[in-house]
Design a protein around this ligand. Structure first.
Ligand code: AMP
Length: 191
């Protein structure tokens, strides 16, 4: 199964993608995780991404589209994947369409986790406090406020894009974690 998880920072995409990854034996592909690894390893991509990520802006489309195009060709994606944090704007969604067409692949669903924007900042600041490896550089109040604005301006239209194609499914992300997982499975018809 090939899926996209949409939702603002703090909606629980990563947590839910990990659960569905093991349930369906498909690969979670988080562009944020891949970019953080590139920054830590000081690769050329990491050097481009570092400051952009720290302030909460989007890394250039060609960088993330290239990362995803290479990654989904890997053997561990043969059974399917969950895109977590990609596409982040309509141009990326269109590039993904072209890429999947070229590879002869189709999407099985786009799940949007719906959460009340007022609870997001609290959730993310809590995640920052509890993070074993220390807080992320972009989990400060300032970067977070900016990330939420970038989401509203650039990523929210991606939901409308997939809704227009008739493939968007909404799940209430304000429920308990287990309930959200069950709702996603039910939506996908895999429970
Ligand atoms: P995330 O872990 O998904 O919250 O992503 C952390 C940061 O990585 C974002 O604020 C962006 O700077 C960058 N990033 C992750 N995914 C993308 C993407 N698809 N396009 C552009 N930038 C991205």
């Amino acid at each position: 199964m090939r899926l996209i998880f949409l939702g603002p920072p703090g909606a629980g995409k990563g947590t839910q993608a990990q659960r569905i990854e093991s349930f369906l034996n498909i690969k979670q592909l988080s562009t944020g995780d891949m970019l953080r690894a590139a920054v830590a390893a000081k690769t050329p991509v990491g050097l481009v991404a570092q400051d952009i990520m720290a302030r909460g802006d989007l890394v250039p489309d060609e960088v993330v589209v290239g990362i995803i195009a290479d990654r989904i060709d890997e053997a561990d994606c043969a059974n399917g994947f969950i895109l977590d944090g990609f596409p982040r704007n309509v141009a990326q969604a269109e590039a993904l369409n072209v890429m999947l067409d070229e590879k002869g692949l189709t999407l099985d669903g786009v799940i949007e986790l719906k959460v009340n924007s007022e609870i997001l900042i609290g959730r993310i600041l809590k995640r920052a406090e509890e993070s074993a490896g220390g807080p992320r550089e972009d989990d400060t109040q300032e970067a977070l406020t900016h990330r939420l604005r970038v989401y509203e301006e650039q990523t929210a239209p991606v939901s409308a894009y997939y809704a227009g194609k008739g493939v968007l499914k909404e799940v209430d992300g304000m429920q308990e974690i287990d309930q959200v997982t069950e709702a996603i499975k039910a939506t996908l018809g895999v429970n």
